[in-house]
Design a protein around this ligand. Sequence first.
Ligand SMILES: [Zn+2]
Length: 105
Amino acid sequence: MYKFKLNDQVKITSGKDKGQTGKIIQLLPKMDKVVVEDKNLYTRHIKPAAGKPGSKTKLPRPIPTANIAIICPSCQKTTRIGFDITKKPKLRICRRCGQVIKSIK
Ligand SMILES: [Zn+2]
């Protein structure tokens, strides 16, 4: 079970968007990265083609999970995630306040 889930609120702890918070919109467990909405943006230039003019668009780039921390919905603080393995499926627990971290669907 992966520590992070879609729609989790996370804080960025390193890089150019350090200190900002956002929502996970994509998980890349194999790369150990996640995409956070509107964070770590880069500008992509789209070449003019087939009669369409070129344009610039901003896209979020994946962030290594080492550079993010989850924000506990109960205590509103960044925390480490623990697991309650007595439950099935396993529950995610806030190591700070002990509350279950529910995933938002
Ligand atoms: Zn907590």
